[in-house]
Write a protein that binds this ligand. Structure first.
Ligand SMILES: Cc1ncc(COP(=O)(O)O)c(C=O)c1O
Length: 267
């Protein structure tokens, strides 16, 4: 649970390596697994090759995923997972003959990493302001925090589900035929831990279904048991079309991924 200064003073790692080292630092089984893999095969370019363990880990991840999500795409970080999921949403609509569906919807105060896609759909202004106009065709839902109405909430706040209705407004403004996907953190993290209001995520799901919009949950910091379930999707009883995840799944940050439902997304 600790880092050590050069003088040997223990420093409690209260953020678990910023959500990466959930199982603790330098655990023998994890160190041994990393060592044995490096000795067996250190690297093979995934563009041209497959490796049995990539399939094995994908199958284990798919088994944890909620609903019918059963495809896994391995990449290098939560940021890359976010950009990849957004790209897949565009490609999905293009392959279905809906190439006008290019608009991506994020949420104010959202954080989806440091790629251009993630920053564009993200909603933390200091992270955005130095990078110009970012991706075109992006819009944002309002965030769900209201101190006056939610102060002293126990568990999920009662107020706030109506904030999902703003998606109807964006559909009215842009037309559903131009919207590819909505991406949200089921429980916001980087902006401050903001749990979803009661019914909010279900409402988002319903509106996305109504208009053929893909719903992406960014579970980079909610996946792998952090809300008491394998994924927040299970905790909230809402199955998105894709989940991005990272942090805690490996010792390093090299296995951020997404899961896609066979029914609504490409294989
Ligand atoms: C919700 C969310 N998405 C994406 C990321 C980016 O992940 P990474 O730092 O692995 O690129 C983070 C990082 O904290 C995050 O909290």
């Amino acid at each position: 649970m600790h880092y050590y200064t050069p003088e040997g003073r223990a420093v409690l790692d209260a953020t678990a390596g910023l959500w990466c080292a959930n199982a603790g630092h330098n655990r023998d089984p994890i160190v041994e697994a990393i060592q044995s893999q490096a000795a067996e095969m250190d690297f093979a370019p995934p563009f041209q090759y497959g490796h049995p363990k990539a399939f094995a880990v994908s199958a284990r991840i798919a088994a944890l995923a909620p609903g019918d999500l059963d495809h896994v795409f391995l990449c290098n970080s939560g940021s890359e997972a976010g950009d990849t999921a957004l790209k897949i949403a565009l490609a999905y609509h293009a392959t279905k003959g809906n190439a006008t569906r290019t608009r991506l919807i994020g949420r104010e105060r959202g954080y989806h990493g440091v790629g251009f896609g993630g920053i564009s759909v993200g909603g933390i202004s200091p992270n955005r302001k130095m990078f110009g106009s970012l991706l075109p065709g992006v819009d944002h839902l309002p965030h769900t925090y209201n101190r006056e109405k939610q102060a002293f909430s126990k568990g999920e706040p009662e107020w706030g589900a109506e904030r999902a209705d703003a998606l109807e407004n964006l559909v009215a403004l842009h037309d559903a035929s131009t919207i590819a996907a909505v991406i949200v953190e089921p429980m916001a993290g980087s902006t401050g831990a903001i749990p979803a209001p009661q019914g909010y995520l279900k409402k988002l799901r319903e509106i996305c279904d109504k208009y053929g919009i893909l719903l992406i949950f960014d579970e980079v910091i909610t996946g792998f048991g952090r809300l008491g379930y394998a994924f927040a999707a299970e905790r909230y009883g809402v199955v998105p079309d894709m989940i991005t995840f990272a942090k805690g799944v490996t010792r390093c940050r090299w296995a951020a991924c997404w899961c896609a439902s066979t029914s609504t997304t490409p294989s």
